[in-house]
Design a protein around this ligand. Sequence first.
Ligand SMILES: Nc1ncnc2c1ncn2[C@@H]1O[C@H](COP(=O)(O)OP(=O)(O)OP(=O)(O)O)[C@@H](O)[C@H]1O
Ligand SMILES: [Mg+2]
Length: 323
Amino acid sequence: MALLEIENLYVRFDTKDGPIHAVNGVDLAIEENTIIAMVGESGSGKSVTALSSVGLLPFPGKILSGKVTLEGINILKLGAKELRQIRGPKIGMVFQDPRASLNPIIPIGTQVKEVLLAHTNMTDGQAVEYSLKLMADVGLPDPGKLLAQFPFQLSGGMCQRVMLSIALALKPKLLIADEPTSNLDSTLQAGILHQLKKLKEEHGTAILLITHDMGVVAQMADSVAVMYGGIIVEQSDSLNLFKKPSHPYTEGLFKSLPRLDDPEKRLATMKGNPPESGALHDECPFISRCYKVTNVCRTSPKPALRSIGGNHKVACFNEIQYD
Ligand SMILES: Nc1ncnc2c1ncn2[C@@H]1O[C@H](COP(=O)(O)OP(=O)(O)OP(=O)(O)O)[C@@H](O)[C@H]1O
Ligand SMILES: [Mg+2]
């Protein structure tokens, strides 16, 4: 049994402008001591999958069906109190919108300290001392001053690092980190990535790392899940995925990246638009942009994620073949 298992997850937002089908059947297993990167274009459902997995789906989001189990316990069936006990010591989170997960009217220092007091045996004084160290460890400048500041006085990137410092302190079994370094300069980014790797290596923490940055994927991930149109279209260990992308979407995603060996080469742009999320489509979400489309794609329900050898899985009828 994996540490976290997401099975057949469907999520819809019922907005005043109509429904948005954000997640349309995600299956993902996350093992201990593994970093899984989740990639895919904007709006493909990465954050909604992550938020749903920790019981923090915002209104008007609704989980239509599916199961998310952490060590065998279905998180989606837990009440607010039980969820609070799991978040922090078992699941740490660094969200893309970090202000939403920090209390706006409580100073940063008090928030970090209270988490430490709730989950460790520290005294008040020790918790303050340790908060200062944690903030310095994630590269936050002048932690002493930060302790008294409120979330609105910090940038989004700084709030994310506050959340990360909490996660690093509690050493959770699972850390969900949604774009944790996208607003940071490269020195700070390297420091944060180093901390994440250390957390995995020293404590066996599993990390779901959502990122747009393929450099970060290559450097950090054991395995990569590629999302498109609310589903995972391909998953593999990272080296294999870079060498043998098998879903036409993954291939297109990699083609659009700059290359060191040929930086002048024009980047390929993918023709067409992302799938329309207002209706739930039965067929493959990539059908309108795919150059490998055949009749079977048009006449069949969307293909399931299936193994094409080892731990490489793809949801495509006409996947790219390599010999
Ligand atoms: N609070 C919300 N209300 C309504 N729709 C939402 C809400 N949050 C997300 N969505 C919709 O759900 C879909 C998936 O969004 P999600 O935030 O998961 O994308 P993402 O893959 O994380 O994108 P990005 O890379 O830009 O962060 C999108 O169509 C988005 O507009
Ligand atoms: Mg997102």
